[in-house]
Write a protein that binds this ligand. Structure first.
Ligand SMILES: Cc1ncc(COP(=O)(O)O)c(C=O)c1O
Length: 476
């Protein structure tokens, strides 16, 4: 490998071969994770930064170490997070983004990427059902939720951006008890205060209860507060539930609330004619967050905020004294930068655009439908097995279950303990990664089926492993 900063494809051959071996190990189900404590891992790696720089050839050792100890998130038994798998066209797009390193803030420095991003925003907003929308890619669903809250605050009290919250009414935002924690962070960071983020109770299946939302809005008004925002979730983080968007929209309209849908996890079902009914009513929302790095399998990050009414983003995020960067005429705005909270922003659109060109609308539908088939298979297997039980209703790709040995009279604490031990042992043996969650004191597996490398056989094998490990622990 040469030390020159000129690009030569040959310099990357070794790296590409290393990556190829990494993916071969991944496909062959080599240990999914290194199973080392942080200190053991630290001892294996040359982490210290040298005074004298090392040759590029020597860096190959560091690269090899990185790959050796990386978690194999495209392993067919990786079910741990709301993302995973590997997509070659996405990978190519990622390389293009790095090779042409630029920032999304102006058309001047990112002409093609700006047009590509606008094409994707139009396409995805159209799938939502927005007629004349705007939107942008953001650095993740959490920040998209924060931006939606900021837009709603701007709409409710435009003067607050100047005077600060001290001058305004007590603003109240509503989310469901099962909503993502990013709303609490956003309430804190925007100065609204987490006490003013009211959690609406959910029903027994984890869906926001519209009647409870109405009760809380009325209560907030009775206390002299100003309700201004409500969020529904499309695919909750733990149960994968979809809130009743139509009923929430009706309240939002009557009470003059901004209605946001957090579709970070679940908005991708819009790509499937078979499953898009889960999103019924989403077109009534004012804004939607959609993570393409989750169910669509793009590399992190690839997320967008879609807004129904044009102009809201600019009125919220524009700033003064930006003439040194934004030179365009106001009559014909094309720069994305003034309408977002970001300044420099990576090109995340090109990988999605390339993948979409490759898969087409049909390919996406097939991918989403395949995940639903895997989830249905897992649910059927669990329901048919004497030692496995579903613990929540399955709405989408989250399969929440426990190992409970038939005939054994285990306490909740013992069942919870067993779940954690099984999970840990599967991880330490390198066989599989699956996460856990808790509801009402029950600890259970949250199996997520959104890995394009997993087949039905892989899911069966994983569930059998859970049973084998559970039976073994139960005997000891
Ligand atoms: C429902 C929901 N909203 C938002 C987020 C946050 O998304 P991101 O990781 O892109 O910030 C998550 C993450 O899992 C989520 O499940």
């Amino acid at each position: 490998m040469s030390n020159s900063s000129t690009f030569k494809a040959a310099d990357y051959e070794v790296l590409l071969q290393q990556i190829e071996r990494f993916f071969a190990d991944t496909a062959n189900k080599k240990a999914i994770t290194p199973s080392l404590t942080p200190n053991q891992l630290k001892d294996q790696l040359g982490l210290a930064l040298p005074e004298q720089g090392e040759s590029l050839a020597k860096l190959q050792t560091s690269i090899q170490d990185y790959l050796q100890y990386a978690v194999k998130t495209a392993h067919p038994s990786y079910f741990n997070q709301l993302w995973g798998g590997f997509d070659p066209t996405c990978f190519m797009g990622d390389m293009l983004t790095s090779a042409t390193n630029t920032s999304m803030y102006t058309h001047e420095v990112a002409p093609i990427a700006t047009l590509i991003e606008k094409t994707l925003i139009a396409k995805m907003a159209n799938l939502v059902g927005f007629e004349n929308p705007e939107g942008q890619f953001t650095s993740g669903g959490s920040n998209g939720n924060l931006m939606a809250l900021a837009i709603a605050r701007q709409r409710a009290c435009p003067e607050l951006r100047k005077t600060g919250l001290q001058q305004g009414p007590r603003l109240i935002a509503f989310v469901s008890a099962d909503s993502h924690y990013s709303f609490a962070k956003a309430a804190h960071l925007l100065g609204l205060g987490t006490d003013n983020l009211w959690k609406v109770p959910v029903d027994e299946n984890g869906r926001l209860q519209a009647s409870e939302l109405q009760r809380l809005v009325t209560e907030a008004k009775a206390q002299g507060c100003k309700p201004f925002f409500v969020a529904g979730t499309a695919g909750t983080t733990v149960r994968g539930a979809y809130d009743p968007f139509g009923a929430i929209a009706a309240i939002a309209q009557a009470e003059d609330l901004w209605f946001h849908v957090d579709g970070a996890w679940g908005a991708s079902v819009l790509l499937s004619p078979k499953h898009r009914h889960l999103m019924e009513g989403v077109e009534l929302a004012d804004s939607v967050v959609w993570d393409a790095h989750k169910m669509m399998g793009m590399t992190l990050m690839c997320s967008m905020l879609l807004v129904k009414q044009r102009g809201m983003m600019l009125s919220t995020f524009s700033a003064d004294d930006t003439g040194y960067i934004f030179h365009e005429s106001e009559a014909d705005p094309i720069d994305l930068g003034p309408s977002t909270m970001h300044c420099g922003r990576r090109v995340d659109a090109v990988k999605l655009w390339l993948t979409w060109k490759h898969l087409g609308d049909r390919g996406w539908a097939e991918r989403i439908d395949h995940y639903f088939d895997l989830a249905a298979h897992a649910e059927a297997f669990i329901n048919g097995h004497p030692n496995l039980v579903m613990v929540t209703q399955r709405y989408s790709l989250n399969v929440c279950f426990q190992y409970v040995p038939a005939g054994a009279d285990l306490s909740q604490e013992e069942r919870n303990h067993l779940t954690l031990r099984i999970r840990q042992n599967l991880m330490e043996s390198g066989k599989a990664m699956v996460n856990y969650a808790q509801i009402d004191g029950d600890t259970f597996f949250r199996l997520i089926l959104c890995n394009n490398q997993s087949s039905q056989d892989d899911v069966t094998e994983f569930l059998n492993e859970v049973v084998v490990e559970g039976d073994r622990l139960n005997r000891t």
